[in-house]
Design a protein. Structure first.
Length: 134
């Protein structure tokens, strides 16, 4: 039919054509590591998350507790997670909001395919004490 050179071949990045490659990254779990740090793990991340080295105060993720909203003062990006650091201790019963405003900012985190992280609101922060979840 067609010469060999014209036959369809998989692209250089075959993972882009995998069954679930169309899914956008979304929050899987939010765990408080210590008083001021929270680890947010994402699902459906292809390769890794990109935060574009945006300054922490412009990162569109905030925590809300009984004392109000606070933005992060530092963060560490991992393959499919981010550890957020805040200026004051996060109180029990806190919730996390991300990309939730009408204008979430200039740099929404995304994965390898440039699929942006889905917005979330009132995602509960799990407390960890003595190596176990409470």
């Amino acid at each position: 039919l067609y010469p060999f050179c014209f036959q369809w071949r998989p692209p250089f990045f075959p993972e882009l054509y995998m069954e679930d490659s169309w899914k956008a990254p979304e929050v899987g779990s939010v765990v408080q590591l210590d008083g001021k740090k929270i680890r947010v793990e994402f699902q459906n991340v292809l390769h890794s998350l990109h935060f574009f080295e945006v300054p922490p105060e412009l990162l569109p993720i905030e925590v809300e507790d009984e004392e109000g909203l606070q933005t992060c003062v530092g963060y560490t990006a991992e393959k499919n997670a981010v550890v957020l650091e805040f200026s004051r201790e996060v109180k029990p019963g806190a919730v996390l909001h991300g990309m939730w405003r009408m204008n979430p900012g200039s740099s929404v985190p995304c994965d390898f395919t440039r699929m942006p992280v889905l917005s979330f609101y009132n995602f509960p922060v799990q407390q960890v004490k003595n190596g176990g979840k409470t």
